[in-house]
Design a protein around this ligand. Sequence first.
Ligand SMILES: *[C@@H]1O[C@H](CO)[C@@H](O)[C@H](O)[C@H]1NC(C)=O
Ligand SMILES: *[C@@H]1O[C@H](CO)[C@@H](O)[C@H](O)[C@H]1NC(C)=O
Ligand SMILES: *[C@@H]1O[C@H](CO)[C@@H](O)[C@H](O)[C@H]1NC(C)=O
Ligand SMILES: *[C@@H]1O[C@H](CO)[C@@H](O)[C@H](O)[C@H]1NC(C)=O
Ligand SMILES: *[C@@H]1O[C@H](CO)[C@@H](O)[C@H](O)[C@H]1NC(C)=O
Ligand SMILES: *[C@@H]1O[C@H](CO)[C@@H](O)[C@H](O)[C@H]1NC(C)=O
Length: 445
Amino acid sequence: MKLLVLIAVVAAAAAQQTPRTSVPHREQFRVIYEWRTIDFEWESQTDRETYLNTSRYIPQNVLISGINFYGDNIFLTLPRMLDGVPATLAYIPAYQNDTTAPKLKPFPSWSDNNIGNCDALQFVQNVEIDRNGIMWILDNGRVGTLTQNPSTKCPPSIVLIDLKSGENKIERIPLSQDTVNPSTTYLNDLVVDNRDGDYAYITDNSAVDPGIIVFRLSDKKSWKLRDKKSMTSVPEAALFRLNGTTVNLPVNIDGIALGPQFLTEDENVDRTVYFCPLASFHLYAINASVLRNESLATKNDGALRPYIVDLGTKASQTDGMKMDSTGVLFFGLIGSSTIAEWNTTVDFSAGQRTIARDPNYIQWIDRFTFDDRGNVYVIINRLYNFVKNQVSVEEVNYRILRSYTGLKSYIHSEDLKPPSPPQNAAATKTIAASMLVFALALLFA
Ligand SMILES: *[C@@H]1O[C@H](CO)[C@@H](O)[C@H](O)[C@H]1NC(C)=O
Ligand SMILES: *[C@@H]1O[C@H](CO)[C@@H](O)[C@H](O)[C@H]1NC(C)=O
Ligand SMILES: *[C@@H]1O[C@H](CO)[C@@H](O)[C@H](O)[C@H]1NC(C)=O
Ligand SMILES: *[C@@H]1O[C@H](CO)[C@@H](O)[C@H](O)[C@H]1NC(C)=O
Ligand SMILES: *[C@@H]1O[C@H](CO)[C@@H](O)[C@H](O)[C@H]1NC(C)=O
Ligand SMILES: *[C@@H]1O[C@H](CO)[C@@H](O)[C@H](O)[C@H]1NC(C)=O
């Protein structure tokens, strides 16, 4: 099948361009793979039949949600929201010429995807692969979340797989009971911060207790930070209208992204964490140093409020988003079938750029990833049809789009070190002061 070229609206926003911003050249997005329904590489044809006969494989119930990249492979997550999803994590080759419906290989194996076995994966919404080749998997442990009878099989856990060794051994780390509730927690998305013991910042879009869960790998401790105002859905953003379908999805905190390192005025290294509820038009920011402060987890609602910045509004709602290593954020604007970017060194309201818009091909932008060749990838999955139980197996329902940006994931962003004890106190002061001005200009311009 021929590659489809999408309408790219590069620099469409030229009128609102500020003199400070250069609009980067962006290649058009192309479809690299597409599927009507998801099928797998089975161990035998009999296996496939058995799974079909026993409703352990119901093709229209398998939805691609998350995407990540390692080596020559693209990893895809298949959350078990409905019955009949035989594997929840799988992979396909990243580079091949045929765009038509590649079969997915369960990862690490078929048996590592067995429902009810707590050594295996149960319900994976998203994964991240850090700069040390460690895959961090969010496993909710609960399956059938969109059915009448969701079933908790195993405790919500972080599952680690060291991809470098090739052995793909699973290490499962259940999150502590004070952090998660097995019947309501919904581990949605994460970023990994490979500093000081390796942290994950995880969005929990629980309907009853949304928040950001912080997990520190070095001592396997976790805690949860809450802020109702910025982490809860709002009614005016809960309706999604796409191609004649309207869905009501009052989903809480969802997308999350991690900015490059910066030096604070008191010469510490920090990073900005960006997040948004699915049902919201706002983008919020908080510094990683605040999330790492465990004592804020036990405080009442409002304790976090002074540290959260509302960066302003977007034209539509956003599901997944991803930062590159230089601080450019890629995100979807679901209701307007648009892929957008924002250079975080520029004010949010003036700096958002449309890079692709196409109602025929961009129908629910879910997650993004980068490979190591400068490409950005997007998952399109028509989630609105899936949640309304109106998936048509005669139409293309899932696509992976790709565009060359020349950039890499935030995972590879530069390490900063606090300056060594000042030789020249005056010079250090000047640097610190200009950093402060810079940070203020960025947030309040
Ligand atoms: C699946 O069901 C069909 C129809 O009932 C039957 O012919 C077939 O033998 C079954 N296959 C397996 C592997 O059970
Ligand atoms: C894809 O096509 C290109 C050029 O047509 C060719 O050079 C390359 O080897 C092909 N790759 C694969 C994996 O078939
Ligand atoms: C993060 O910290 C910097 C420097 O300490 C500060 O200027 C900035 O406002 C903070 N950002 C947020 C989102 O709070
Ligand atoms: C953590 O937050 C508390 C407020 O709850 C504050 O008193 C303390 O200084 C913070 N610690 C650090 C290391 O920022
Ligand atoms: C982001 O903005 C900064 C400052 O304007 C600029 O130096 C940088 O090149 C921009 N990055 C991209 C990818 O356009
Ligand atoms: C829009 O919906 C109609 C009716 O369900 C369907 O036939 C058509 O393929 C959809 N078009 C797009 C671009 O999704």
